[in-house]
Design a protein around this ligand. Sequence first.
Ligand SMILES: [Zn+2]
Length: 475
Amino acid sequence: MHKQNSPVFALLLLILGTQSSAASKPESFTRADLAAASTLRERALADATAYSLVESLTTEVGPRAAGSPGDKAAVAWGLREMERLGFVNVRAAEAIVPHWERGEAEFAVLAPFPQTMPTLALGGSIGTGEEGIDADAVMVKDLAALTALPAGAVKDKIVFFTNRMERTRDGSGYGKAVTVRASGPAEAAALGAVGVVIRSISTSDARFPHTGTTRYTINAPRIPALAISNPDADALVRQFESGKPVRLRIKSTSRDLPQVRSANVIGEIPGTDRASEIVILGAHLDSWDAGVGALDDGAGVAIMMGVAKLIKELDARPRRTIRVVLFANEEFGTSGSLAYLAANEAEIERHVLGFEADFGAGPVWRLASRVEPAQLPVIDQIFRALAPLKLVRGDNAAKGGADLAGLSKRGMPIIEPGLDGTDYFDVHHTANDTLARVDPEALRQSVAAFAVSVWLGAQYPGSWERVAAPKTAQR
Ligand SMILES: [Zn+2]
C-alpha cells in the first residue's frame, strides 16, 4: 500500500489520517512509550516489591474477613503502604460491610460407618444451635439432580451435593461448579431439607474444606450449610454406595452480627495531559477467614500496588491517571465495589479502562480484553510489547473480575492479563491459602505483564471507546 504514491492517493491518506478515533487504523504508541514499557518489564522482573507486600499483608494482618478486626487492620495497612510507596490522593472511602462470624463447625457420619471429618461452614450460612442437627441424608450430584428427585425426597433430610469441580487454566471449571455452593442450600431448603453438605468447590485432594458465600432466598427458610474436602466427599460417597442408610450430624455456631464500617483504600499516580481519564487497577483487600488470603487476594493487591510503584518510578509520567483501588469485602457481597460505584456515579465515564487481579499469583499466560472490536489492533500492539513474557493471545470476551463488574456493565473497556489458575482452586477459600503458595518468580512475571499493559493503556494516543455490556454474567 505504501508503494503507491500518486498525489490523489497521498491526499486520500491525508484525509483518512485526520479522521477521529473512528478511523479504522488506531494510532500507534510513541517510541518513548514503548521504550518505557520495556524498562517497566525489565525492572518488574527484578523487583521484590509485590512479594514484600503480600508477605507483609499475610504476616502482619493475616485473615481479614469483612467486619472482622483483620478487616480494619487491612485498611490501615493499605493506607500506610500506599503512602510509603509514594502514591498520591491516598484515602479510605467508606463502605458498609456485613459481619458474619464463623464460630465452630462439626461434621460427623453417624451411620453406616461413624467418622468425623474436617468441615467449614459456608459463608453467610446460619448456625444449627448448640444441639446440632442429626438427620438422614440424601446424595445428589448437583442442582439439576436435586430438582429431578421425586416430591418429598429431601423433606427433613440433609442433602449432600457430590459434584466435583474440573481443573482448568482459565478458571472456567469454577463457574460451572460454584452454583451448588451459591444456590444449593436455598434450593434444598425450598424442598424441605434441614441442612446441606457440599463437596468443596475444589481441585485439591488435600483434606481442607473450602468455604465461600452461599445465598439464601426469601422463598425458603435459611438452613445450615457446610463443606467437606474432596477426599472426605469421596469417602462419604462410598458410604452411600454401601447401600445402607446414611445418617449425618452437622453443627455450626456461625451467626450474623450488625454491619460494620469498612473502606476501599484508594491511591493514585496522577496523569498529565489526560489526567481526568482514569485507568483503574482493582484488587480486593478482604479475604475469607480460614486462611491468610495470600492468593485470594493478597497477590492481586500486591500486583496492582507493585505495578503503580514501578510506573511512578519511571522518568516519564503517565498521561492518564492510574488509580489503584483495594476493594472492601469482595468475598461476601462485593460491598466495596457497590459503594465505589455509588460514590462515583457522576464520574463513571471517566473510568476509561480497567484492570483487575483476583486470580492468584500468576504467572500471566494470556492477554485477553473486552474493548470495542475496532480497537483490537491496540491490544495487538500491547501484546507485541509483552512478547518476551511469552503470553498467548486471548479473545475479546474477557469477563473481568467481580469488583469491576459494575464499571464494565457501564461500558468501561477491560484489558485482562490472564493469571494462570491451574492450581488456584487447590487452596482457594481454605486454611491452606498461605504465603507458601506464592511463587516469587511467577509473581514478578505477573507484575511485569500487568505493568506493561497498564502503562500502554494509560499512554494510548487515541481515546478508549465505551463497549457494549457483556452478555453473560460476570465471574
Ligand atoms: Zn478473590
